[in-house]
Design a protein around this ligand. Structure first.
Ligand code: 4AD
Ligand code: MG
Length: 428
């Protein structure tokens, strides 16, 4: 059996198999577009006994055939079927149109039939790009000396604080779903110094927006012996530059299919503004009153991205020292938090920062957040046994994919999205 990309003109019959993507019925002759993961090829079917076999079949049918390879009028190899076997017959029309250039159905309908809809060329392009992002991230992090880790998703208590926690029945007891890999990636810095991973995060947030999921994925990074927040910014920026370079080099066809323009990356380092400086920009340039703010609003994020694009020709901007910080975020003697959000194009795509590395401070911070240090005893124990200055970030994989692929809804860049109305793409 030959893969489609291996098919070249030759004298002997070749055997191949694949999925019929298109069928053109001209009566005494059929033209099929046959595809496998390596590409697609035109098949000409003229023999009457083969035509009868195909008569009532629809695209998506799986066939195997033996054929002669000839040159098509457009100078590409073309198959002329000599015998043909139906491996998996499709006798009905799917609920979604898979052959159309653009996806025609609205998002609700698309998600209702997600399993089939993912076969559309545009959806395949999105998830090819996503896979490339992951490949590039793994490559970058491995080269940096980071060890890849998988952290638990079933937890006894909170990992980020706040109320956005899913509780699950766990035999006679209750467990929670991880809000992030935060505590475990810190624990693993105590083991390997430098770690990274791809982790799921579950957020019980009633946010029906185009950028929120209840089950998301984060590109995680945690790094020991940092010199300060700058170390995190430096590695995060380099990781993103590496991802973009690889995607734009290896996914040109997909980017064209998606009509996605390259994100703007400045020649110099990404613009970096402290929260205070960002608020000044918002007030001076956009006339926004930020006096009471401890975090950026969605609108403010959008405006700061616009500002970065106009001023620095950059789709990326770091905002540091945001007053609203997680319980594990490091505060200096002036009470300033050493954290950072990365904004891209219009929204936050990652959060990160230096972490508290002092046992007593961390214990107090947990209590100040209204939580019980007893629930964190395993995590807290590492700070009694030597922890270097450390920090990292969590970067939303679906949001990054959405911005690279020029999609306007995060559900389009999640294979089987969960949100307040759906679980794994199916409406509740
Ligand atoms: O900003 P978040 O909540 O930060 C953390 O989880 C920290 N543990 C990160 C760290 O290392 N300090 O989440 C990080 C990123 C967000 O910027 C966003 O891109 C994505 O994860 N994210 C979500 N994406 C979609 N839907 C949601 N509900 C998301 N929550 C977070
Ligand atoms: Mg955040």
């Amino acid at each position: 059996m030959k893969l489609i990309k291996e098919i070249k003109e030759q004298k002997e019959l070749i055997q191949t198999q694949g999925r019929i993507i298109k069928k053109r019925d001209l009566g005494k002759i059929f033209f099929l577009e046959l595809s496998d993961f390596t590409g697609s090829i035109q098949v000409v079917v003229e023999k009457p006994e083969l035509l009868t076999k195909l008569q009532d079949l629809h695209p998506e049918t799986i066939i195997s055939l033996s054929a002669l390879v000839k040159k098509s009028p457009s100078d590409k190899p073309e198959l002329h079927a000599q015998s043909l076997e139906i491996i998996s017959a499709v006798e009905e029309v799917p609920d979604l149109e898979l052959q159309s250039k653009e996806i025609k159905e609205n998002l609700d309908t698309q998600l209702k039939h997600r399993a089939i809809g993912l076969r559309h060329k545009k959806n395949k392009a999105i998830f090819k790009v996503q896979a490339k992002i992951l490949e590039a991230y793994r490559e970058f992090m491995t080269n940096l000396g980071c060890t890849e880790i998988f952290t638990p998703l079933l937890l006894a208590s909170s990992s980020e604080g706040g109320a956005e926690i899913f509780h699950v029945d766990y035999f006679e007891k209750q467990a929670t779903l991880a809000q992030s890999a935060q505590l475990y990636k810190q624990i693993m810095v105590g083991v390997f110094d430098r770690v990274f991973g791809l982790s799921k995060c579950f957020r019980a947030e009633l946010s029906n927006t185009r950028r929120h999921l209840t089950e998301g994925s984060q590109l995680e990074f945690e790094f020991g012996y940092i010199e300060g927040l700058e170390t995190i910014l430096k590695h995060e920026e380099a990781a993103l530059r590496h991802i973009l370079k690889k995607v734009y080099k290896d996914c040109q066809v997909e980017m064209q299919t998606l009509k996605a323009q390259e994100l703007m990356v400045p020649k110099e380092t990404f613009p970096t503004y402290s929260f205070k400086e960002a608020c000044q920009v918002l007030t001076e340039k956009f006339n926004i009153d930020t006096l009471e703010w401890d975090d950026l609003s969605t609108e403010a994020e959008k405006l700061l991205c616009q500002y970065a694009r106009e001023t620095y020709k950059s789709d990326f901007i770091f905002i540091t020292h945001i007053p609203k910080g997680a319980f594990y975020a490091f505060r200096d003697d002036n009470g300033i938090i050493h954290n950072v959000d990365l904004l891209c194009k219009e929204m936050e795509i990652s959060s990160g920062g230096r972490r508290i590395d002092d046992y007593d401070q961390l214990r107090m911070s947990i209590m100040a957040a209204g939580m019980d240090p007893k629930d964190f005893s395993e995590y807290l124990s590492i700070f009694k046994f030597g922890m270097p200055a450390h920090g990292g970030f969590g970067l939303g994989l679906e949001r990054l994919t959405m911005l690279i692929c020029n999609q306007d809804n995060i559900r389009q860049t999640t294979l089987f999205p969960s949100d307040p109305k759906r679980v794994a793409s199916q409406q509740l």
